[in-house]
Design a protein around this ligand. Structure first.
Ligand code: HEM
Length: 235
């Protein structure tokens, strides 16, 4: 740091100084230059009450505002992939918005007594079944890829956190086992659900007196209570 007559300031693990007349920030632990910007000349740099103050060469007093450091202020080896969290986050939020739209629209149709008869909406509801699953995966990718290359930020890199005894073949074995077990569960579950859907309702539907889309719980009016007693009129 070429400050000339003024000295550098150490604050929150970073060294600030007027390097060749321009304010610069250096990581105190690594010595890496984080950023450089703001031409104040060879003035004075002070730390007052946790705030950085510059007295410029012309005698002007400048209070520096703290800003979030951008990704480019980190060396490339400390940056995560940007493209995956960028899209994964948007996919997650998109799925969330689809879920909100389906539920709000469903309620609107319900209040207009058109929920069961609006065929296109029933299709939308049916086709939106994977949204939760996709959103969870996208959210997980956002969080996991976004925190790379660290397991514990600033302390433990992912590359150093790998269990030394773990070999490619053991990882491959557990991955293949997981995939097979889940394939069996999901395959059977899907087959069973579709079988039930194809079969359709097994008991003949009987109209429940008083039940409407707005009052689906009307069947409780005539249902026996937990004690086996029939509800009396007016109960
Ligand atoms: C609708 C708007 C949504 C917003 C604004 C939002 C926002 C966020 C944010 C900020 C994160 C943290 C990312 C990080 O670690 O940097 C996150 C993570 C996550 N989100 Fe979302 N999210 C939304 C919808 C959803 C939905 C609908 C689901 C699932 C049904 C979901 C599931 C997740 C999961 C699983 C994670 C990862 C949590 C972790 O492992 O730490 N998100 N979300």
């Amino acid at each position: 740091m070429k400050n000339r007559q003024s000295s550098s300031v150490l604050h929150d693990g970073f060294i600030y100084g007027l390097d060749e007349k321009i304010l610069a920030c250096v990581d105190a632990a690594t010595g890496d230059l984080k950023w450089k910007g703001g031409r104040y000349g060879y003035g004075q740099l002070l730390l007052a009450g946790g705030k950085l103050v510059v007295i410029t060469e012309e005698g002007e007093l400048v209070l520096l505002k703290k800003e979030e450091p951008g990704l480019e202020s980190f060396p490339p080896k400390d940056r995560p992939s940007v493209i995956i969290p960028f899209f994964a986050f948007r996919i997650m939020v998109g799925m969330g918005l689809i879920m909100l739209a389906v539920s709000w629209l469903g309620n609107l149709l319900r209040f207009r007594d058109r929920l069961e008869t609006t065929r296109w909406f029933l299709w939308c509801t049916f086709l939106s079944f994977p949204t939760g699953f996709i959103a969870v995966l996208a959210g997980w990718y956002t969080a996991e890829v976004g925190r790379q290359p660290w397991v514990v930020y600033g302390l433990l890199r992912t590359a150093d956190a790998v269990t030394p005894s773990l070999t490619t073949s053991t990882v491959l074995f557990s991955l293949v086992t997981y995939v097979l077990v889940y394939a069996v569960f999901i395959g059977f579950g899907t087959y069973y659900i579709f079988k039930l859907l194809r079969q359709g309702p097994t008991v003949e539907a009987t109209a429940i007196p008083g039940a409407t889309a707005r009052r689906p719980m009307a069947f409780a009016d005539d249902a026996p209570s937990a004690t086996g007693n029939q509800p009396q009129a007016g109960e």
